[in-house]
Design a protein around this ligand. Structure first.
Ligand SMILES: [Fe+2]
Ligand SMILES: [Fe+2]
Length: 195
């Protein structure tokens, strides 16, 4: 079902499409969070990502319940927006070698994900109320609250320490870059490094 296909006729259809969109998105987020945990070197950030992974599992369960209340099979529909956010985050992370700068990039990426979720859940809560699905609206509002709290928490960690630590990092000298590149080439060729 696409935005411009003729499958969406009513706000009801639009609501279901958006619910399926966020169902897909939450599953993609669930898949990508362990990687964020592994890449984060700040213990507080690592812990935060781990906690949000557990929370995301609960949010998927809430969506399962929402579909059940609507007497529908839980189902996702491809969401190019979340795929793009995650892909861009992975691309940027792969280009950063400094751990502190990487932590700052991870928070920025995670906040982009949270903001996407906030906009989707905000709309879904409004439409669920409009369509008279008060019980579904309550489930979605509970998740919206969690996403907002996560965003705030990430903002706090970034402002309190991560951004300052990242800012203090200096650009490596050309010699350091050369040595790092040599080490990568040696490792890629399987040659044991000397000295
Ligand atoms: Fe979520
Ligand atoms: Fe989230």
């Amino acid at each position: 079902m696409g935005w411009f296909s003729s499958d969406i006729h009513t706000v009801d259809d639009l609501f279901v499409h958006t619910l399926q969109d966020i169902y897909y998105a939450e599953h993609q987020i669930q898949k990508s969070l362990p990687d964020m945990v592994a890449k984060a070197s700040d213990p507080e950030l690592k812990k935060g990502f781990r906690a949000h992974l557990a929370q995301t599992k609960g949010q998927i369960k809430r969506l399962d319940q929402a579909f059940k209340k609507l007497k529908m099979k839980p189902e996702g529909t491809k969401c190019p927006a979340i795929d793009g956010i995650i892909e861009e985050a992975n691309d940027i992370a792969s280009e950063i070698d400094d751990k502190m700068v990487l932590n700052a990039a991870l928070i920025a990426a995670a906040q982009a994900v949270e903001h996407y979720e906030i906009t989707r859940y905000g709309t879904l809560v409004a439409w669920a109320r409009l369509l008279g699905h008060a019980d579904v609206a309550r489930l979605l509002a509970a998740t919206l609250k969690e996403e907002k709290a996560t965003d705030k928490k990430l903002d706090g960690i970034a402002k309190r320490k991560i951004n300052k630590k990242a800012l203090a990092r200096k650009k490596p000298s050309p010699g350091q870059i050369e040595r790092a590149e040599d080490a990568i080439l040696v490792a890629a060729a399987g040659i044991p490094a000397l000295g």
